[in-house]
Design a protein around this ligand. Structure first.
Ligand SMILES: [Zn+2]
Length: 315
């Protein structure tokens, strides 16, 4: 018990609970063990195993659920590339095909172009691309959209999910975040879908990607729980974003500036510099009831900098 500090004893009926703190991976966890009083001696009768930080899943399947076909390349693809390098199977899915992201062309024409761009980009990371084809700019959280999302999760059976920020400038992003959260929690329940249940289906690790400019919908800074160094993946991330040619042209026509690629690179390097690396992606982990709460991304990709403390920006 060398790594424990006893904090308190608490009487619960006839059982005394010994609560001790366990230092693991920079986090303090609480462990409760039943003990029995023998004279003046406290006897540990059944020691719970040390928290194992939820063992890493044997099924290594990551699913990124985004709103539009270029959201993955902007927010999380550097991390997906790193997971792929470790042998993870990668899926990139969008709820909409981004059919409003053009000045010309019918919705179905634009959708086909953007899906093809998504497929081409995903191929560069050896990932599979999926699209739920809900209408761009009009995403709603309803039973139809949720069932499509659950069915996708059922087919993929992810053990790690990245979705959009819960609060962001674009309402489609927030709806996607809700769909990703709901599907994560329920997809492995046998009655949630008629699709077959894959062995190893479980409530996955869940992360929300960074908000636009690191801010939420009200312009307040997002405080990440997790930073992933993507310095070595930044060029591939840029190559993947460049596959979305229609967006580059559209944004150039719409905003008058051709900064589609440079804006992404600039933001990633800015995030990286806050944490002492060249380029980074930031995430907020969902640590609520039911989901694994150990930070698997931080465990797989520890920041190798002088400021190793996760998610503490340099002042
Ligand atoms: Zn988007």
């Amino acid at each position: 018990m060398t790594n424990r500090d006893f904090v308190r004893l608490q009487r619960l009926g006839e059982t005394l609970l010994l609560c001790c703190s366990v230092q693991r991976l920079g986090e303090t966890l609480l462990l409760c063990c039943p003990v029995q009083r023998l004279g003046e001696t406290l006897l540990l009768i059944e020691e719970s195993p040390l928290p194992t930080s939820n063992d890493l899943p044997s099924r290594k399947v990551a699913l990124a659920l985004l709103a539009h076909p270029d959201d993955a390349e902007i927010g999380c693809v550097g991390t997906l590339i790193r997971l792929a390098e470790l042998g993870w199977e990668i899926h990139i899915a969008t709820v909409s095909a981004g059919d409003c992201g053009a000045l010309t062309g019918s919705p179905s024409e634009v959708a086909e172009i953007r899906i093809a761009e998504g497929v081409a980009a995903a191929k560069l990371a050896n990932a599979r691309f999926h699209c739920l084809r809900e209408p761009d700019g009009r995403l709603v959280y309803d039973r139809v959209a949720l069932q499509k999302t659950i069915d996708l999760f059922r087919d993929v059976a992810p053990t790690l999910v990245i979705t959009m920020p819960m609060s962001d400038y674009h309402a489609d992003h927030e709806i996607t975040s809700q769909l990703g959260r709901a599907a994560s929690f329920v997809y492995a329940a046998p009655n949630a879908s008629e699709r077959p249940l894959t062995d190893g289906s479980t409530v996955p690790y869940l992360y929300y990607s960074d908000g636009h400019g690191g801010k939420d919908r009200m312009g307040q800074p997002i405080i990440p729980t997790t930073i992933v160094d993507i310095s070595e993946q930044l060029d591939q991330k840029t190559e993947m974003l460049a596959c979305h040619k229609s967006q580059r042209e559209w944004l150039k026509a719409h905003n008058g500036i051709d900064d589609y690629l440079s804006a992404m690179r600039h933001y990633c390097t800015q995030r990286g510099q806050q944490y002492g690396v060249h380029a980074a992606e930031a995430f907020v982990q969902h640590r609520g009831h039911g989901h694994p709460s150990n930070d698997i991304l931080a465990e797989l990709f520890p920041l190798l900098t002088s400021s190793q403390s996760q998610a503490k920006p340099r002042n």
